[in-house]
Design a protein around this ligand. Structure first.
Ligand SMILES: Cc1cc2nc3c(=O)[nH]c(=O)nc-3n(C[C@H](O)[C@H](O)[C@H](O)COP(=O)(O)OP(=O)(O)OC[C@H]3O[C@@H](n4cnc5c(N)ncnc54)[C@H](O)[C@@H]3O)c2cc1C
Length: 389
């Protein structure tokens, strides 16, 4: 029997506006300047591992951080597709964008959508100026995939709330300014309805940050211990009890962007440089062609989600599909590069050489299909979406 409802897997065909094409040229020129400064190292996973607040501020100076925020709050009032082009260029170049990444992608839009007027006036101009960096405080030790089971608690106090619990994998908590923390405000009834979000100052008394090191030894993540942290009423984000709805709304932003398929793109660029220095075989070229075609397809889907977000839709199922396809492609790209150009992966090789970039991509690759929701969970979302249709 045919359904009259639109399929959840419709991806609008997107033609980038002229303004976006112009922006691309401007961003490339900016990146050339940054290359000359030595700040752009062409690294994979630069949105997670490339923390450079100076770079973020210079980017903000061009109006390219918080660029989709309204001008009355210090943003550039540009569309999602224009933002898309900017971040696509930054990621493809392996630019160090992790300082402002979460503020730009998630915290800014969340504060705009759910925040009080006071919160908007305080945070949004700072985000757009590259002066205020956020972390995501969702996951806990036993609450990653099953996020609704979070145990962090917020208890009422005279002027606000006292937060207790431990968030895990909190990227950048040791260098950022605030975290948006999901905590339980009501122990009774529906477990989804008892959750709320709070903006927590990461330097507040009672916040203890403990490093969790990656396989490579790098410090990017933390256990964020909240040991009776007092959060004023004004830092409740949105309405009490709406935390679940707000968090799931954020996920369409979190899951569909170019960072879900371009994480390892700089390694492809490095491969092409290497192949350019020798006579590439037909098989090597064929494999490069396959990777490029796959990247092109996922990009088209991801652009479709950006266009849907631009139109005010909530394309959660499409976003889950893009993240599943894209993050698998990120890993496949590393495997293909290794197999068609056998090179020792050496983390101690000269920075920026193919060996060093390969080691970097390999050591980071286990996280690609986990962070932001594992691929098994995403497939569950896609399947349920299709069943409902
Ligand atoms: C690099 C990296 C960065 C991260 N950054 C942050 C951050 O900044 N802030 C933050 O809050 N979190 C962050 N996370 C946490 C991330 O969101 C969780 O790791 C993820 O949601 C999975 O949760 P988990 O690790 O608890 O695994 P679990 O939920 O314990 O899952 C373990 C395995 O079981 C599978 N599984 C679980 N439930 C089901 C099910 N119902 N059906 C089928 N399979 C299932 C999973 O797919 C997975 O393979 C980060 C994680 C990584 C790896």
């Amino acid at each position: 029997m045919s359904s009259s409802r639109p399929s959840p897997l419709v991806f609008p065909d997107v033609t980038l506006p002229e303004s976006a094409l112009l922006l691309r040229t401007e961003v490339r020129a900016f990146l050339d300047e940054e290359h000359a400064r030595g700040t752009v190292l062409g690294r994979p996973d630069s949105w997670l591992a490339g923390w450079d607040d100076g770079f973020s501020r210079r980017l903000a100076g061009r109006g390219w951080v918080g660029m989709a925020l309204p001008t009355e709050y210090g943003g550039a009032g540009r569309g999602f597709l224009e933002r898309y082009v900017v971040i696509e260029e930054l990621l493809a170049a392996g630019a160090p964008v992790s300082a402002h990444w979460v503020s730009d992608r998630q915290a800014g839009p969340s504060v705009l959508q759910h925040g009080s007027e006071e919160q908007r006036r305080f945070f949004l101009p700072r985000i757009a100026a590259g002066q205020c960096f956020f972390s995501i405080g969702m996951s806990e030790k036993s609450s990653g995939s099953d996020l609704a089971s979070v145990a962090a608690r917020a208890e009422r106090t005279a002027g606000g709330w006292r937060l207790t619990g431990t968030k895990m994998w909190t990227g950048g908590a040791h260098v950022n300014d605030y975290a948006i923390v999901l905590a339980r405000t009501d122990e009774t009834g529906d477990r989804h309805a008892g959750l709320s979000q709070f903006i927590v100052d990461l330097r507040a008394p009672g916040v203890r940050i403990e490093p969790i090191r990656l396989m490579s030894g790098e410090h990017r993540f933390n256990a964020l211990h909240l040991e009776g942290v007092d959060v004023p009423d004004g830092m409740l984000l949105g309405r009490q009890g709406d935390g679940w709805k707000q968090v799931t709304g954020e996920l369409a932003f979190e899951r569909s962007g170019p960072e879900r398929y371009l994480t390892t793109f700089p390694l492809l660029v490095s491969l092409l440089r290497e192949l350019g220095q020798r006579a590439a075989t037909a098989e090597q070229l064929r494999q490069v062609g396959i990777l490029t075609a796959r990247l092109h397809s996922v990009r088209r889907l991801s652009l479709g989600v950006a266009a849907a977000l631009d139109a005010g839709a909530s394309p959660d199922i499409q976003a889950a599909l893009v993240k599943d396809l894209g993050t698998r492609l990120e890993g496949a790209l590393v495997d293909t590069v290794r197999s068609i150009l056998p090179t020792p992966a050496d983390p101690h090789a000269t920075p920026g050489t193919h060996s060093e970039l390969l080691a970097f991509a390999l050591l980071h690759s286990p996280g690609y299909t986990l962070r932001g929701g594992t691929n098994e969970i995403l497939r569950g979302i896609i399947t349920r979406g299709l069943e409902q249709h």
